[in-house]
Design a binder for this molecule. Structure first.
Ligand SMILES: [Fe+2]
Ligand SMILES: [Fe+2]
Length: 189
């Protein structure tokens, strides 16, 4: 899909702030895709649509998770996680994007998972480090992203887990699995 057409579809779904974030994720994802050999066009499209469901009402997301047989375990965890799988579903059904690589990159952009594809890693990281992000530790991950995609991702997932734990929040199992898988793969490589 053409970039401007995609942006025109996503804009009414987002606040101005979130739209600016989306532009930042798109630009960062293209840079990372170029650097690490991912498909730039898929990275662009996945980035544009990654937060498509961000502002859907909780009840609507909950209903879709149940009706469309997404993992029910999601409902036990922070609702911040829901917009990713719900977004993948809506981007396929409403926007009509069928590419599984793009849909998976949207589906796992918040939780991560074991065995993340290159495109999933690019989108997860672009979402974390885009220029509009300001939080402790982000500059370290930005720096790592210029040298080593997996190391940057390990740090980003680690920061996320630590952040949740410090707030006494539950950590979604796939996030732990993503972290362990990245660390173990790195040891074996
Ligand atoms: Fe998101
Ligand atoms: Fe995002």
């Amino acid at each position: 899909m053409d970039r401007n057409e995609a942006l025109k579809i996503v804009k009414p779904q987002l606040t101005d702030h979130r739209y600016q974030h989306t532009i930042g994720v798109m630009e960062t994802a293209i840079i990372l895709a170029k650097k690490y050999g991912a498909d730039e066009k898929k990275a662009e499209t996945a980035a544009i649509f990654h937060d498509y469901a961000k502002f859907k009402p909780k009840e609507e997301m909950k209903k879709l998770i149940i009706d469309e047989k997404m993992p029910a375990v999601l409902l036990d965890y922070n609702s911040e996680l829901w917009h990713a799988p719900v977004g993948a579903f809506l981007v396929e059904k409403v926007v009509g994007i069928k590419d599984e690589d793009i849909l998976d990159a949207i589906r796992y952009h918040t939780s991560g998972r074991k065995g993340m594809s290159l495109l999933e890693k690019v989108i997860y990281l672009a979402d974390y480090i885009e220029p509009g992000r300001h939080f402790p530790g982000v500059d370290e991950v930005r720096k790592l992203a210029q040298e080593d995609l997996n190391l940057a991702l390990i740090k980003a997932v680690q920061n996320t887990i630590i952040f949740l734990m410090k707030k006494n929040q539950a950590v979604f199992p796939e996030t732990f699995e993503a972290y362990n898988d990245l660390v173990i793969s790195r040891r074996i490589d």
